[in-house]
Design a binder for this molecule. Structure first.
Ligand code: MG
Length: 405
């Protein structure tokens, strides 16, 4: 029997959750922003309406406001997004025990052999999620994971796209290679040099050429392009461990010096620290990726002196790494920082006499608790304080919805 795989992706997840909890935000342009009271604050996520008005992730808050004067800016509430993520999983698990999460708001479901048709399940999921959580999902339906994921991206919001064995060439081959899962920036560039632009080009390219120029990863992508992906959907609870927690933005005005970059790192690592603590993980390394004004990418990694989940350590290490590796020949357009080499906080570690990590961890854990109670705005590093541009509307944080999880 052919497999029936769904990929469900929540639309504009952060902004939709905010609107679900605060009905007065429904139908308004909403942006979830770090440091909303500060001119350095940046857009982390936006609603469909805000997107249509030109608001982009990574934009400075003031610029988003300028583009979209009615924009409602709200601070992020990661604990609530995590709770919605759990409740999404709980809904999916009513249909199958093969549910594999990908990030907070995406999931694969293996519904092979279910009495309902995959399409009917997809439509029902859309309706149930909307009714119970007040947010929408887009669902891809296919015979493998890669095409199911591709499908969930093709029509949104609140839509279903089917990609079958008989029509995948028509539906998928015209799309750019970069739409394929695991076809990253560097690979896309290499393919382009070989004149391979669409998924169809990749599917039909001489396998020897792909193997020679792109190695194992290229061979895998070529199999995907031909619909050959038999990777299983993990059973609930046995999904792969998170390998990294990263966060990046494209700056609207280029960064010109280390001090400006540091402010961005401080903002980005707040979220990363919070996520690591949510996942009970700590980082042994850090990665910084820079895109300069000519859109060239450079990326560096470094091990940390000791494992950490502290935002302050991460931003300090990121700034240090950039300082030693980047020559500032060109201004910076985009910055990404990732916590890498993750391990459980319970992993045995060598204690360092010179390291205040234990103390800082306690402090940041306490910071999380304060945020849980009073909202993300309640407390933040001094670096993010500055010119005060209080938002007109910063909703009070509701207690996380109870129930699932
Ligand atoms: Mg999504």
């Amino acid at each position: 029997m052919d497999r029936a795989i769904l990929h469900s992706d929540a639309n504009a997840f952060y902004a939709s959750v905010e609107a679900a909890l605060h009905p007065e935000l429904k139908g308004r342009a909403v942006a979830v922003c770090g440091a909303p009271e500060n001119r350095h604050g940046i857009v982390l996520a936006k609603s469909e309406l805000a997107k249509r008005m030109g608001v982009k992730t990574g934009m400075a808050n003031w610029q988003a406001k300028q583009l979209c004067p009615g924009l409602v800016i709200v601070p992020p509430h990661h604990d609530i997004y995590a709770e919605f993520s759990r409740r999404l999983h709980e809904i999916y698990e009513r249909y199958t025990d093969r549910v594999e999460g990908y990030g907070l708001d995406e999931c694969w479901l293996d519904v092979t052999g279910c009495p309902m048709s995959p399409r009917a399940i997809a439509d029902e999921l859309r309706a149930v999620v909307k009714r119970e959580l007040g947010i929408t999902v887009s669902v891809g339906v296919s015979f493998n994971k890669v095409f199911a994921k591709l499908g969930s991206d093709m029509k949104k919001p609140d839509a279903v796209t089917e990609i079958g064995r008989n029509d995948f060439k028509n539906k998928v081959w015209k799309l750019p290679c970069s739409d394929l899962l695991y076809c990253g920036r560097a690979t896309t560039e290499k393919l382009k040099l070989l004149g391979i632009v669409t998924i169809g080009d990749l599917a039909k390219a001489p396998p020897a050429l792909i193997a020679k120029r792109l190695g194992k990863n290229g061979e895998m992508l070529q199999r995907y392009a031909n619909g050959q992906d038999d990777s299983p959907v993990a059973e609930a609870g046995e999904e792969e461990q998170v390998k990294s927690v990263g966060h990046g933005i494209t700056c609207v005005a280029d960064l010109t010096d280390l001090e400006e970059a540091n402010v961005v790192f401080v903002a980005l690592t707040q979220d990363i620290g919070q996520k690591l603590r949510c996942l009970n993980l700590q980082a042994r390394g850090i990665q910084v990726t820079v895109r300069d004004r000519d859109l060239h990418f450079e990326s560096w990694q470094q091990l940390l002196p000791s494992p950490t989940q502290c935002a302050a350590d991460l931003s300090k290490a990121a700034t240090e790494l950039l300082k030693t590796r980047y020559g500032w020949q060109k201004t910076i357009r985009a910055l990404t920082v990732s916590a890498i080499h993750l391990e459980s906080v319970n992993a045995p570690q060598q204690l360092s006499l010179f390291d205040g990590d234990g103390k800082r961890r306690k402090v940041e854990g306490a910071v999380d608790k304060i945020r849980e109670k009073f909202g993300d705005d309640a407390i933040k590093p001094a670096t993010l304080l500055g010119e005060n541009k209080l938002p007109e509307h910063a909703p009070k944080q509701s207690p996380p919805p109870g129930g699932a999880g």
